[in-house]
Design a protein. Structure first.
Length: 357
């Protein structure tokens, strides 16, 4: 549907070009009513030539004064948008002189109308995406409605899907609950690619994507941001659960690892467990490793992160194997928790996460 020609837009054009022209300029709506003019007294009056131009879709040229209903010499050129006449531009003066000028004014108004229509469409898309993502994060949707919206909207995302949250980093590299500093570059990428649904709220940039498109998104997000990726989902319910889980983690960025740019839910079970704990329980866990040195903590984290491999821990830390063994033994003495015991290892993993806060 064609956008209407507003009097405000028409008057802006008239005010802008009038000082550069020696000819009077009028802009009429599709009914031939003058809605903008250099002569304010004429606004609201009917212009017969413009009405004819709007009705026929062709320019109306008056070569001699009084030739038609007493009108002055000039031209009246229709403004079309999507094959529909939305207004008319009238210029007074010798037709051979003012016709090219009228064409320029018509083109200017048409471009402005198209720009306003694009802005309206963009605002509508943003509102729809924000509503969709908000319902996924907070619930409140009918079964199947999200799936239909993703499959039938723009862009179409028939599934499977993933939901992602992008957070900023503080100066020390730790994730923080704030939009990335370069979020503008990322949103430009999202807009240009036309493959994502996205919105900014709750201190993060939330993105719905095709489950197979995560690599491109990770590359666009870059290492200066932290990208949290939800699970692959094929239905509304799991997608909502994945989104709600991400929201819990995004609200506690201090619990997230500081050395990873892309984090999947499958790797954040300990972080999620601590995020859901009462604060007192988390403090109790953190106290279990309070007496460990930084070297012991880094050894413990590397050991647990390698699946309890002493050789891999030694390689990662550039530390002799015997040094790793000695530190693990000392950790067991200080904490009364043996990192080599699966049950104790889980407690120590949770303690490491709780201590980040």
């Amino acid at each position: 549907m064609s956008a209407p020609l507003s009097s405000a837009l028409a008057q802006r054009v008239v005010d802008r070009i009038s000082p550069t022209l020696q000819h009077n300029v009028n802009v009429m709506d599709a009914a031939g009513i003058i809605i903008a003019s250099r002569d304010a007294a004429r606004i609201g009056s009917l212009h017969a030539g413009a009405r004819e131009a709007a009705a026929t879709g062709n320019p109306v040229v008056i070569r001699r004064p009084g030739e038609q209903d007493g009108m002055r010499a000039g031209v009246n050129c229709p403004i079309t948008l999507e094959a529909t006449v939305v207004g008319v531009v009238g210029l007074t003066g010798p037709p051979d002189v003012v016709l090219p000028l009228a064409d320029v004014v018509v083109l200017t108004i048409r471009l402005l109308l198209e720009r306003e229509r694009e802005m309206d469409a963009k605002a509508l898309r943003e509102a729809l995406d924000r509503d969709l993502l908000g319902r996924l994060l907070n619930g409140g949707f009918e079964p199947g409605s999200v799936q239909r919206a993703l499959a039938g909207g723009s862009p179409s995302l028939p599934g499977p899907w993933r939901i992602a949250a992008v957070l900023a980093r503080a100066e020390d590299g730790r994730p923080i609950h704030r939009l990335p500093v370069d979020a503008g570059k990322l949103t430009d990428f999202l807009s240009r690619s036309g493959r994502y649904r996205w919105a900014s709220f709750q201190g993060a940039l939330w993105i719905l994507l095709d489950a197979h498109d995560d690599a491109a998104l990770a590359a666009a997000a870059g290492s200066s941001s932290v990208l949290l990726l939800g699970d692959t989902c094929t239905a509304d319910g799991p997608l909502h659960e994945s989104a709600a889980t991400l929201a819990q983690l995004a609200a506690r960025p201090e619990l997230l690892p500081a050395d990873e740019a892309v984090l999947g839910l499958q790797d954040l079970s300990a972080e999620l467990a601590v995020a859901c704990m009462p604060s007192g329980s988390a403090r109790h866990l953190a106290a279990r490793i309070a007496e460990l040195s930084e070297a012991q903590r880094s050894t413990l984290a590397a050991f647990l992160g390698t699946g309890s491999s002493i050789s891999e821990t030694s390689r990662r830390l550039f530390t002799h194997r015997n040094t790793v063994i000695q530190r693990l033994d000392r950790i067991a003495q200080v904490t009364a928790l043996n990192p080599r015991d699966v049950r104790h290892a889980l407690t120590l993993q949770l303690a490491l996460v709780a201590a980040r806060a």
